[in-house]
Every structure is written in structure tokens, then in C-alpha cells.
Design a binder for this molecule. Structure first.
Ligand SMILES: [Zn+2]
Length: 70
């Protein structure tokens, strides 16, 4: 049964993708991804780690799986 999840929840196997939340003066930025291509998942805290997470996802997962590259 399909459940529509609030957009602030982390991605899941059923709903893969990349989510990044910017930090505030009280919290650090956070990022999560679940790759729909290979099932890899990761989580990061802090600007530098989130930036690396986004680069990993965009370079190696998600859309990078299209076009025959694995
Ligand atoms: Zn992947």
C-alpha cells in the first residue's frame, strides 16, 4: 500500500534519492541518500561531509548509473 511520506523524512529503498538539509545557527547541515540504482545509502553531518556526500551521490550513484556506467 502506497503511503505518501512527508518530504522531511530521509529517503528509503521505496523512495530513493538525495536529501540535504541546510544547517542553521543551532544545527549542522545534514544529508542522506539512498541510491535507486545500486541500493547504497549514506548519511552525513556537517557542511564538509554533506558536500562530500552530495559529490559521491552525483558522481557515483543516482543519475550516474544511467547511460550504461556502473
Ligand atoms: Zn548507486
Amino acid at each position: 500500500m502506497f503511503r505518501k511520506l512527508p518530504s522531511n523524512l530521509a529517503p528509503t529503498e521505496e523512495c530513493p534519492g538525495l536529501r540535504v538539509r541546510g544547517g542553521t545557527q543551532y544545527t549542522r547541515s545534514q544529508g542522506d541518500y539512498v541510491c535507486g540504482g545500486c541500493g547504497a545509502k549514506d548519511h552525513a553531518n556537517g557542511d564538509n561531509d554533506v558536500k562530500a556526500l552530495v559529490e559521491d551521490y552525483t558522481g557515483n550513484h543516482g543519475p550516474a548509473h544511467r547511460g550504461g556506467r556502473r
